[in-house]
Every structure is written in structure tokens, then in C-alpha cells.
Design a protein around this ligand. Structure first.
Ligand SMILES: Cc1ncc(COP(=O)(O)O)c(C=O)c1O
Length: 470
């Protein structure tokens, strides 16, 4: 018997299957046109640049020229057999635009998840090269996100990975978790920020000792966490303390800057977010990057390694085991290099840091001084979050059945602003609205984002009051 197929709304196997969700149909600068239910909402302000991706905004004419030139001048090369100049030049650019001596080499890949997969593989091979194969345990954090491939999920911790847990790398003995750094919610009132950092560092040191330092290979954290924790800045002394413990016990220190790095949050008009918190002598041994590297025009991410790691390989086997067909892809690297040079020439990281901090301050002033559901506004430079709470004093979260983040996203969309909204995780993380605009935003754009955020927060607060839950 044949069954007549119902008309299909969507042929994609992504997000909500079978339903045609909102579709982007155009973009220019910081604005996007989105089609939904047959109607196009024009000129929405893209407060999150896709997903902290589009540093240059959309539809940049100069980038089209860069793409055109790259397409003409790039020939594909299979990385195990042949290299290419664009990949070399991009690596040199990143290394030279980071503090001197911190990074020594780079591997380019095609997504942030893949960059963390490669970083894990490099860490593993590093210990094998050094003749210490037992150093295979990895300590990362609760409430973290490092990507959606299985190894990247194994070092992550958030509800999105729960369904896949049977497939992940051993969570008890290999991929170990320590508490996240979440000052707003988990610093005790009697503690200073430094004392809170020290408490977290003591927990980390105890974990290292419990698992024996001879078996611990790496500590991995997001410098400024993204979707799983909403831009919670590390408490004072925390990252420096992790570096010190890694030095003490001969452990690799990895920072994941896929979402917060590559110009989004740098205080010196350069690339790395960690420069807010660490001196170059305390820099990570290995770092993953992505998102703004290609700014949404090409799919590119990467792994940067410091001299310590590069030297171990040089003194050992001299080569990386394995590779991907599209690693160090010439066209992607050429476009990313052109984009990064343009970002540098136009001093856009400076603009992002200044405008982002202005946006954060205005959001704090307007939201936290009024009666509404905003409990915390936090972030640095171009990466900010509003956390919604039922009670500002006790920081009580909304019950997840109220779908506060989901409803906020809908209201914000209606009001013409795009955001990433993450639902609360019981007794753990509140409902979050995350912003990461393009580096090109102006003060007028900032005012518009703030105005729409305030309008949307007030609208949802009113609804929740009417329902008797706030
Ligand atoms: C910190 C962090 N690491 C890794 C990833 C994974 O990147 P991708 O989605 O490009 O695989 C993300 C994505 O949001 C991220 O925020």
C-alpha cells in the first residue's frame, strides 16, 4: 500500500523537523531580514551577529572582493600531501598579532567543535611524544560548552548533551568535571571575588591530586563562557591560578576562545580574550578559536599551540597523526586572512570593546534600576548576557515550565531584535539572553539594542506579573 506524502514544509533535517522555521533572507551591516509565516520582517537588529560570528556585519562589499580574489587564486590542497601559502600566512598573522612568544603554530579546521576535537588529539599526542602516555585525563567544567561532536561534548557539561551521554568518553575517569566559575550565583556573600577564585582553585587542585598529577593531561576552560553560562567573567585570580596549578603539576592549560576570542573581547584592539585577565607569561599552552575568524563568510576555526607543544612534537615524531580533507583549506584561509586584515586596519576590535562595554553599562543602568525580571547583566567588550530571575534578592530562578528564555526570544523577535536565549537549568543556571553584536556597531545601534532589550524585558515582566508568577 502506498501512503500519499503530506506536503512537506521543510526538507531540512535541522532544528524543528518538518516545520519551516524563521529564515534569513538578507542582511546588510548589523541588520537582517527574516522571513517567518510567509512575512518578511525587514531590518531586524542582529544583536548576536548570527551566533557571535559576523564581526564585519553582513553583505560587506569589500569582503565580496576578498572572496572573489580568493576563489581565483586558491587551489585545493590535501593537507597530508601539500600545504598552501594562505594557511601559512593566516597562522603567521594570528601568531604575530598575539603577545610575542605565546603561540608558535596553528592548525586550521572548519568548526569550533572540530577545533576542540583537534586540540584534544594534539594534547593526547603531546603526552605520547613526551613519553608520558598515562597523562590522559582532562579536567573541564560543569556548565560548559565546547561543541557538539562527541569528544567536544565529552569535555562539555550542559543539558544539550544528556541524550548522548552513553556515547561520550568516560566521564568518571577520563573527562572529569570541576565546578564552573559563576560569580553571580555561586560566590558566597561573605567571600571576596579572590576568595571565591581560591575556593575553585582548591577544588581543582584536589581533583588533580585525587586523580594523581601523573595521570592528568590538561585543564580546559572557556575564557569567557558562552551559551552554557552566559558570559560570566572569571573571578579575579582564577585563570592565573589555573595556570599556576598547571605549571606546578606539568599539565597543559587550554583556553577555548571559539566564541569570545578573535577580536570580540580584547582590551588592546587585538585578538585574544585572555589578555583581559592574564599576562603573556601566563598564557595558555593551546587555544581554540573560530566564529569571527571567518565572520560567517567562510567556515573556519583553528587550534593555536604555544612553543612548549610545538617543541615536543619537533623533538619527537615531527608530525601530527592524521588530518582532515578540509584542514587548512586554502580558500577559507585566504578569506579569513583578508577579513582579519580588514578588521585590524579598521580598528574594529577597539570599536567592539568600547561599544560593547557601553552597551553593557547602559543595559545595567536601565534594567537593574527598574522593577523587572532582570537579575544580572554581565560580560566584557562584545559579549554580554542578561539573566532573568523571579526574585532579585534571593536570585530564585523561574520554573523551567514557564519557558522564560523561549518567550523572551519570541518577544524580542517581534520587537525586531535577534538574540540567543538559553533556558534555565534547575538550581544551576538562570534563563539567559545573550548578545554578541558585530564589531561595526555604532552608538546609535547600541541605543537601539538597549531600547529593544528594555522594551522586551518590560513586556515579559508584565505578562509574568499578570500570570501571578512574578
Ligand atoms: C566556547 C565554544 N566552543 C566551541 C563551540 C563549537 O563551535 P561550532 O558550533 O563552530 O562547532 C562553540 C559554539 O558555540 C562555543 O561557544
Amino acid at each position: 500500500m502506498t501512503v500519499e506524502a503530506a506536503p512537506q514544509e521543510s526538507y531540512l533535517f535541522q532544528a524543528n523537523i518538518g516545520k519551516a522555521g524563521p529564515q534569513v533572507v538578507g542582511g546588510k551591516g548589523v541588520r537582517v531580514d527574516v522571513k517567518f509565516d510567509g512575512k518578511v520582517q525587514k531590518g531586524m537588529i542582529d544583536a548576536v551577529a548570527g551566533a557571535a560570528v559576523g564581526a564585519l556585519g553582513w553583505g560587506d562589499e569589500e569582503v565580496y572582493q576578498i572572496i572573489n580574489d580568493a576563489a581565483r587564486n586558491s587551489t585545493y590542497s590535501y593537507p597530508a600531501l601539500l600545504s598552501n601559502e594562505s594557511a601559512e600566512e593566516l597562522a603567521k598573522f594570528y601568531i604575530e598579532n598575539s603577545p610575542e612568544g605565546v603561540f608558535a603554530a596553528a592548525l586550521w579546521c572548519t568548526s569550533g567543535s572540530e577545533s576542540n576535537e583537534n586540540a584534544l588529539r594534539i594534547i593526547r599526542q603531546y603526552w605520547v611524544e613526551r613519553g608520558l602516555p598515562e597523562k590522559m585525563k582532562i579536567i573541564s567544567r560543569e556548565n560548559s560548552y565546547h561543541g557538539f561532536t562527541l569528544a567536544a561534548q565529552s569535555i562539555s557539561s550542559n543539558p544539550r548533551i544528556d541524550a548522548f551521554s552513553p556515547l561520550l568518553i568516560d566521564q568518571k575517569n577520563i573527562c572529569i568535571k570541576m565546578p564552573c566559575a559563576y560569580t553571580y550565583r555561586f560566590k558566597e556573600a561573605k567571600e571576596t571575588e579572590e576568595e571565591y577564585a581560591q575556593r575553585l582553585l582548591d577544588i581543582l587542585e584536589n581533583k588533580i591530586l585525587e586523580h594523581t598529577p601523573e595521570r592528568v593531561g590538561a585543564v580546559i576552560v572557556e575564557t569567557l563562557p558562552g551559551s552554557a553560562l552566559g558570559t560570566s567573567p572569571p573571578p579575579k585570580g582564577y585563570l592565573k591560578g589555573i595556570r599556576a596549578l598547571c605549571n606546578k603539576y606539568d599539565i597543559i592549560f587550554q583556553l577555548d576562545e571559539v566564541m569570545c576570542g578573535t577580536g570580540r573581547c580584547n582590551p588592546n584592539g587585538r585578538l585574544n580574550c585572555w589578555e583581559n585577565f592574564l599576562d603573556p607569561c601566563d598564557a595558555p599552552d593551546i587555544q581554540t578559536v573560530g566564529k569571527t575568524l571567518g565572520s560567517g563568510y567562510v567556515t573556519i576555526a583553528g587550534v593555536l599551540v604555544g612553543p612548549k607543544i610545538r617543541n615536543a612534537f619537533l623533538e619527537g615524531s615531527g608530525s601530527i597523526i592524521g588530518g582532515h580533507t578540509y584542514s587548512c583549506h586554502a580558500f577559507n584561509c585566504a578569506v579569513a586572512l583578508g577579513i582579519q586584515k580588514k578588521i585590524k586596519k579598521e580598528k574594529l576590535p577597539e570599536n567592539m570593546f568600547k561599544m560593547g562595554n557601553l552597551m553593557g553599562q547602559k543595559l545595567k543602568d536601565k534594567l537593574l534600576s527598574a522593577d523587572n525580571i532582570a537579575g544580572d547583566v554581565r560580560g566584557i567588550g562584545g559579549f554580554w548576557t542578561v539573566e532573568f530571575v523571579q526574585d532579585r534578592v534571593t536570585k530564585k530562578m523561574f520554573d523551567s515550565s514557564l519557558n522564560v528564555a523561549g518567550r523572551f526570544k519570541q518577544i524580542a523577535y517581534k520587537n525586531g531584535i535577534t538574540l540567543i536565549c538559553m533556558p534555565s537549568v534547575k538550581d544551576n543556571v538562570g534563563d539567559l539572553a545573550i548578545m554578541a553584536p558585530s564589531f561595526i556597531i555604532t552608538e546609535e545601534d547600541v541605543d537601539e539594542i538597549v531600547e529593544k532589550m528594555v522594551e522586551s524585558t518590560n513586556e515579559l515582566s508584565k505578562q509574568l506579573r499578570k500570570e501571578g508568577v512574578w
